[in-house]
Design a binder for this molecule. Structure first.
Ligand code: PRT
Ligand code: ZN
Length: 290
């Protein structure tokens, strides 16, 4: 495949934890493309974009060097590398924490107990920064995989690694002492010159991504109620702006429509039900530009 310099190059992980969510996002915002297993790139049919499939570790450098214009990668990698790129949107998937963990039976109880101890990690910069801030002097053992095994192999007294469910820590008899960084996948953009055509595409994509993320984080809530309980109901409805109130055919009855944060929707449903609302309905929002 021959690349055209004017085509926007968008780097995503070739395989791994970020791949499926990255592809889902790109499809949700309307990009039309296909991928086959061994392909290293894919041309988007309805935008002047080539998707470039890379190892996540290489994505910051490709974007920094301007080989790719955009990329999706874990914030953990950007911060560890101090990559000279712009983070233009947090994407809400690939969430994990960088945490210091120790064996369950360890005598280490607090951060200060790490003085003089060894910590195995693939994130030496972020760990060092954190330890310096806490005035803890520990030795770093840099490893690039199977970090959780280091205490059992007596290579280190503790580790600093990514944790999502905590299952790997548990499996290796470890527990979190301290979380030092919350991470998620981010959309990154190269600094420096971008042609007007590329800028236009990036703005279009960003608008769609924001609308899609907003849709995912919110729900459309509808309910019927007697007009006289409206003031009480409004106390419980965290509307985006003002809720829409429409009269129903039955006298003194109204319908209330509102956009509410997805995280609060169950709580709100229970409260409005308790207050006397009926026909409470929650609908997903595909996209929304508030
Ligand atoms: O081949 P390539 O280099 O592209 O992939 P990779 O193997 O280096 O990365 P990959 O696919 O494992 O992770 C890509 C990105 O996903 C990371 O950079 C993070 O931003 C994000 N992410 C989210 C995670 C995790 N959760 C995660 N749990 N990356 C790694 N892990 C590992 C962690 O290192 C530990 O070994 O999973 C284990 C812990 O998981 P739990 O669920 O048992 O806690
Ligand atoms: Zn990697």
């Amino acid at each position: 495949m021959k690349f055209n310099g004017s085509t926007l190059k968008f780097a995503i992980q070739k395989k791994g934890r970020l791949l499926n969510s990255s592809l889902d996002l790109l499809r949700r915002i309307g990009l039309d493309f296909e991928i086959s297993e061994n392909k290293l790139s894919s041309r988007v049919r309805n935008f002047d974009i080539d998707l470039i499939f890379l190892r996540d570790d290489d994505i910051p450098e490709y974007v920094e060097d301007g080989v790719c214009d955009l990329g999706i990668v874990g914030q953990n990698i950007i911060e560890e590398r101090q990559a000279d790129i712009g983070i233009i949107e947090k994407l809400g998937f690939g969430r994990c924490q960088l945490a210091i963990a120790i064996p369950k039976s360890s005598s280490i109880k607090k951060l200060q107990d790490l003085n003089g101890k060894r910590l195995a990690t693939s994130y030496p910069r972020l760990l060092e920064q954190f330890l310096n801030k806490q005035k803890v002097k520990a030795t770093m053992v840099e490893l690039h995989g199977s970090v959780e095994l280091a205490p059992a192999l007596q290579v280190a007294e503790g580790i600093c690694d990514l944790v999502s469910t905590g299952a790997t820590l548990k499996l290796n008899g470890l527990k979190i002492l301290q979380t030092i960084f919350d991470s998620q996948a981010v959309l990154i953009k190269k600094y420096g010159f971008l042609s007007p055509a590329k800028k236009l595409i990036i703005n279009q994509l960003l608008l769609r991504i924001k609308a899609s993320l907003f849709g995912q984080n919110n729900k459309y809530l509808l309910m019927n109620a007697s007009r006289k309980i409206l003031p009480q109901l409004l106390q419980f409805i965290p509307a985006l702006k003002s809720p829409t109130i429409t009269p129903l055919a039955a006298p003194d009855m109204i319908a209330i429509h509102s956009v509410v944060p997805a995280k609060q929707v169950w709580e709100v449903m229970a409260k409005v039900k308790n207050c006397g609302a009926s026909g409470i309905l929650v609908l997903p929002i595909e996209n929304m530009m508030p």
